[in-house]
Design a protein around this ligand. Structure first.
Ligand code: AMP
Ligand code: ZN
Length: 427
């Protein structure tokens, strides 16, 4: 049932006592860095209850950038063995450092996650996350080896060969970007491989980018497997922060390593469990680069109920989007995930879609370009027209703005390397 039963089922009281102890240690470790030495000089030296954490200042992504490259490093270079960076491709990257012990903890968290998603030692795990500075490749790799699974460090792309490996080595589990799970699927027919009959695949762990429940269901259907949502960010380690258990009802976030809060992004006020807001995380075990009250910008809520699986670490709900993803269309606030949620209800819709925002006659216009099944283009024109009308009406009632829906053939929208880029704001 559990990779680390003692840690995963720790009674709440004990877990919270551990958090207080680790937070105090983290304060001392953090003050070894140039940034926190200055930032925490007027803060209380330690806490005796978790509510006191509210009294500490937030750390923002901009702080990481402003103190690039070594301002957050809290150990000597002698003790640092790894650097990773976030997936942003422009500007100053946000970097994170690790000691050997940090790497070992991270691998342990990923192993817990993989086990929770049903992976075992005898699995063949094809890691389709990018290797390199991005945390997905090496993070999952170390975790999967720690679990003892045969690990294939394939990375994303190179789809024909990817499929050949899956078939030849009997891959049973993958970690994959949800957008890539669809793209990969479109290559099977050309290779003469049936993804259901010719593969041993049972589990796909999908994450690193936002996706809806509808998208998960489609992946499960296409491959006839179970798909589990996986959340992480490089600032906390990468993959291994939170994942779904077999209940598939929210992601357990490892609270012995991370202290979580949900805040109102506008006021910074801490919200009670169950309310939606921005996720704020504090590392509790990391030595090389402790982070205190890091604002993730990710919007979610803490699920205020125990999970049937027996794990005591609380769950967060599927990420609704990022605080900075929100689009303001003629004064109305819209999240791209609301659009995905609506269009994924249609069986005719393939996974790929793009959102374009333009300015027309001084007004904002939302264009939703959606790939739909090839068959629709050979049927009568009225079938396409009907579908387009339905989707437009649904989006209009869901979003409160009038979008223009374009139905296009599969494979006609541009794809991006790595995490999917869905929104093009051309205003
Ligand atoms: P990076 O630091 O480059 O790995 O990017 C981390 C960011 O990716 C997070 O802050 C989220 O915005 C996004 N992300 C990661 N996993 C998920 C997930 N399962 N669902 C939604 N967004 C995710
Ligand atoms: Zn659970």
């Amino acid at each position: 049932m559990f990779w680390d039963k003692q840690a995963e089922t720790l009674k709440r009281g004990k877990l919270e006592a551990l958090q207080i102890k680790q937070f105090n240690k983290t304060l001392d470790w953090a003050k070894q860095s140039l940034y926190y030495k200055e930032k925490l000089k007027d803060s209380i030296p330690s806490i005796s209850k978790l509510e006191d954490i509210k009294r500490f200042p937030f750390t923002a992504k901009q702080d990481l950038r402003d103190n690039f490259p070594y301002g957050f490093l809290a150990v000597s270079l002698d003790d640092s063995v790894r650097l990773h960076s976030s997936s942003g491709t422009t500007g100053i990257p946000t970097v994170v450092f690790h000691t050997p012990e940090d790497i070992d903890h991270w691998a342990g968290l990923v192993a817990r996650c993989l086990y929770m998603a049903g992976m075992r030692k005898d699995d063949v795990f094809q890691n389709m996350m990018g290797y390199g500075l991005f945390t997905g490749g090496l993070g999952l790799h170390y975790g999967s080896e720690k679990l003892g699974a045969l690990t294939i460090p394939f990375g994303p792309g190179n789809s024909k060969r990817q499929i050949w490996f899956m078939k030849t080595f009997g891959t049973t589990a993958v970690h994959i970007l949800p957008s890539y799970a669809f793209r990969l699927h479109s290559f099977f027919a050309g290779e003469g491989v049936d993804p259901v009959k010719d593969l041993k695949l049972r589990v796909a762990i999908i994450g690193a980018e936002p996706h809806t429940e509808g998208m998960r269901k489609q992946i499960e259907k296409l491959y006839q497997i179970k798909a589990y949502n996986s959340y992480g960010l490089s600032e906390m380690c990468g993959p291994g922060v939170a994942l779904e258990c077999e209940q598939q009802q929210g992601m357990h976030l490892w609270e012995d390593h991370y202290y979580m809060e949900i805040i109102d992004p506008a006021t910074g006020e801490v919200l009670p469990d169950g309310q939606e807001g921005e996720l704020v995380l504090t590392t509790l075990q990391r030595r090389a680069m402790p982070l205190i009250r890091y604002r993730t910008r990710d919007l979610t809520r803490i699920i205020p109920a125990e999970c049937a699986c027996g794990r005591t670490h609380r769950r967060i709900e599927r990420i609704k989007g990022r605080d900075d993803d929100m689009l303001i269309i003629n004064g109305v606030n819209i999240f791209p995930m609301q659009i995905e949620q609506t269009i994924m209800k249609y069986d005719e819709v393939q996974s790929h879609y793009l959102i374009e925002i333009t300015k027309e006659d001084f007004l904002d216009k939302v264009h939703v370009k959606v790939e739909v099944h090839e068959g629709l283009f050979t049927e009568s024109f009225s079938a396409l027209e009907k579908l387009q009308k339905h989707i437009t009406a649904d989006l209009k009632s869901e979003l409160g703005v009038n979008p223009k829906v374009h139905l296009v053939e599969p494979g006609s929208l541009p794809v991006t390397e790595g995490k999917a880029k869905r929104v093009y704001d051309l205003r």
